[in-house]
Design a protein. Structure first.
Length: 215
């Protein structure tokens, strides 16, 4: 085959490819679907689901949960902690310190345990009910950089139960704090009060009308 014949074949192949490319482009332009801005019809009964995230923080003070917490439930919940802690009098330290008498005790105070710098920075501060609740809820958030890997107890009733049980593991248990009094619900105004409130507004209307031309 001489070069002239080869060039004719190559030219034909190239022309065919160009033709196919052109047809493909024209086809895409002609048949590309265009979604309308608004649907042509609405399917009845299909409603977009709106997720209600609820209040940002609906948790009540820990004293509210302590009032109904039981040591029996706390002992059961403490099993989540038993791999690292014990709460027996004179018990040895484990991965975490012994927790006998921890309620009301100062931070980082159990003898013989090597605390993290995060907790040593709080040394001397008492483990109040509120502080213990914050720690049990999220150790990492309470003292960033501490050694404890436990994620925490997100349910306030479980935290309260554990604290009630730990409070009993002590030579001097602390009194359980009283539950905070709930605020009374606001009463709806009576019809008579609504009428009295409306009357002055009606009397003031002429004065407001008289002031309008000033503007």
């Amino acid at each position: 085959m001489d070069s002239f014949e080869f060039n004719k074949i190559a030219g034909a192949v190239l022309a065919g490819l160009v033709a196919l490319l052109g047809i493909s482009i024209l086809t895409d332009m002609a048949f590309t679907p265009h979604k309308p801005d608004k649907p042509a019809y609405i399917i009845e009964g299909v409603v977009e689901e709106v997720v209600d995230a609820g209040p940002v923080d609906s948790e009540k003070p820990i004293a509210f949960y302590l009032a109904s917490a039981t040591a029996e439930k706390g002992e059961a919940v403490f099993k989540k902690c038993a791999a690292c802690h014990n709460a027996a009098s004179g018990g040895a330290n484990g991965i975490g310190p012994n927790l006998y008498g921890v309620v009301g005790a100062p931070h980082a105070s159990h003898a013989g345990f090597s605390y993290s710098d995060a907790l040593l920075a709080m040394k001397g501060q008492p483990w109040t009910w509120e502080e213990l609740s914050k720690w049990l809820k999220s150790p990492k958030a309470y003292a960033p950089g501490n050694k404890m890997s436990f994620a925490g107890l997100s349910k306030p009733d479980e935290r309260a139960a554990v604290m009630v049980w730990l409070n009993q593991q002590s030579a001097s248990p602390l009194p359980i704090p009283a539950a905070p009094a709930e605020e009374p619900a606001a009463e709806a105004p009576t019809d008579e009060a609504a009428t009295d409130d409306a009357a002055p507004a009606e009397e003031a209307a002429p004065a407001e009308a008289a002031a309008e031309p000033v503007a």
